[in-house]
Design a protein. Sequence first.
Length: 222
Amino acid sequence: MSDVLALEGVGKTYGLGGPAPVEVLRGLSLSVARGEVVALVAPSGAGKSTLLHIAGLLDTPDTGRILLNGRDMTGLPDRDRTLARRRDLGFVYQFHHLLPEFSAAENIVLPQLAEGVAAREARARADDLLARVGLSHRADHRPAQLSGGEQQRVAFCRALANRPSLLLADEPTGNLDPETSDRVFDVLMGLVRETGLSALIATHNHALAARMDRVIGLGVPV
């Protein structure tokens, strides 16, 4: 299996040149193989969000390289990084961040339209994804009409709308009660397995982490 993501010797320090610089990451290397689901287990303050932002091309490291599908993304212009984010990466956060004025289906259609997909094709893709997560009957409901678990399932669908090669998820079930969290995680894993997607999923939940292919501990033993 080839690596979808590889971080090589990544370092990040905030406040460089200031009176109290904070080193968040030092010489960090990790990889995610094609089709692999990797759990990232880290306590607050260990650099988890910084790592995900760097992997997602939302932040730049001070040292090291970021390889995405074998392409060195380090030092690329902002335009190229933005295109790579839209085409190769899907993002899921603890809070769903759905657009409240649009329906569930429209939230999934919009990122496809930004990539030039025809409206009819984008809606068909949205309907297919919603069917996979058991929300066909909610396609035309707005986020305020959905439960927390339903909103997060729509967020999963939106993240997969443009068929990314890598999903990055930051505590994707952390805002849900334990029973709903388990159900929603089952849906996420089902989607990832069905599509052959690679994923790097940050979680505090060791039981969920144990269900993934591999666990990486950042600042903690695993």
